[in-house]
Ligand binder design. Sequence first.
Ligand code: F6P
Length: 532
Amino acid sequence: MHTPAPLPDFPRCDEVPAWAALRAHFDAAGRSFDLRQAFAADPRRFEAFSQEVAGVFADLSRHLLDAPTEALLLDLARQCRLPEQRDAMFRGDQVNLTEQRAVMHWLLRYPTEGAQWAPEGIDGLDSERREVTQTLDAMLAYAERVRADADITDVVNIGIGGSDLGPQMATLALGHLAAPGRRLHFVSNVDGHELASVLRGLDARRTLFLIASKTFTTLETMTNARSARDWFLAQGGTDTARHFAALTTNVAAAREFGISTTFGFWDWVGGRYSMWSAIGLPIAIAIGAAGFRQLLAGAHAMDAHFATAPLARNLPLRLALSDLWYRNFHGFTSRSLAPYHFGLRRLPAYLQQLEMESNGKRVDRAGRPLPCATSPVLWGEPGTNGQHAFFQMLHQGTDVIPVEFVAVAEAAHALPGHQHALLANVLAQAQALMQGQADPGGHRDFPGNRPSTVLLLKRLEPASLGALIALQEHRVFCSGALWGINSFDQWGVELGKVLAKDIAPRLSSGDVTGLDPATAGLVARLARQSGS
Ligand code: F6P
């Protein structure tokens, strides 16, 4: 078994000379950078600022930076010893310092044969690799059995956060590859309306419940799991071994709950990085074992790129550096994500957890308050819907909000006319943001010079989706590493959980002893008004 070595010390971005150099460069030229002039001055700008990696074409030409800015940003990455930080993750060091854990979700997609690169410490990870392979094989064999079982018409995944968003996002994205005739449901919220509405349409004899929880202690998931089990028994269900499976690192707790079919994973897989583990079982049920392996292969190709590409052509790093440039120098507070594909409608929710739970931190690894801003607010909706809602603000509002467009060249449907209309809209939005329109002093004035990224896939398929998601994971890793924060813990979600535990019984008893006046006032009111 691998024992993670302590993480060496690395400098924080604001402590290295490149930070001051970037500040001076921003004041001298960065603040007034104009995209239109940059394109006029460099006819090869599109080629110079775009690249394709593992089936993901990235157009970075509409970022508010040029070669000198990128050179300084790369100096920053070097001075923060970003390559060594990356290698520490790929060596299995204690990158998650506050929980003394390694960060090795990449190992879940490291193939037994045909690996595209060999991390330095891979030989020391033999036993982890063996367990990964065994669990993956068992999980995929089980997925195939479920797929072959015509009596199971409905699969309900009960989980929240990382135990919900990844599988949900990916099964929607790859829905066109799913075998017809089986419905997948995702229940996450402790709000019983969600579970009740799903159960209403189900037949217990034809339903499989997957209880997905890394810890197997999460209040929402355990509450929903108990209610699902009660409903199953009340419907006359008897064979829990056939109708319930658990996906968890806490196999003992799942057994105690009464679930004998379990698929495990390990503490070195963060919840929001876990769709490649047993948590991905719904994806495998939807698209089959071969499809799931392609998803892993696409992610592995991006891992290999991140691990080996020179910094100047390292796509996750380039994205992270532009994120940092916008957040810490331009002062942009959010990024909008606009997926132009119906299948990617849960991508914004997925990436919100990935980015904001990872990098929404105010202290560095040593617990010192940070002098600079960290995670931007990430938000978005699928295009073209967003255009008819909040794009007004993106074009003419007082805030500059970088937009990340995700588009797919080929459609998976045959309806004429739609795909070109869709793609024309992506291009038009990026163009309008950049070019703007002059109507000095008038309401039709668009300032333009608003940055965007276009990520383009040829087709939405398992390998390209895997690469796209791994790209985002590594980008988040890079910005967290530059800020000097631990991107792999989430202490900020704990306080609310503790307080909710204290408040819940008070809603029945009406006891407000020791509560602050605002909470006490609402508890008293709700204790009178609400049922259990
Ligand atoms: O509360 C936050 C969180 O811990 C996430 O990080 C995690 O993905 C989610 O809850 C679910 O946790 P679990 O898989 O242990 O139920």
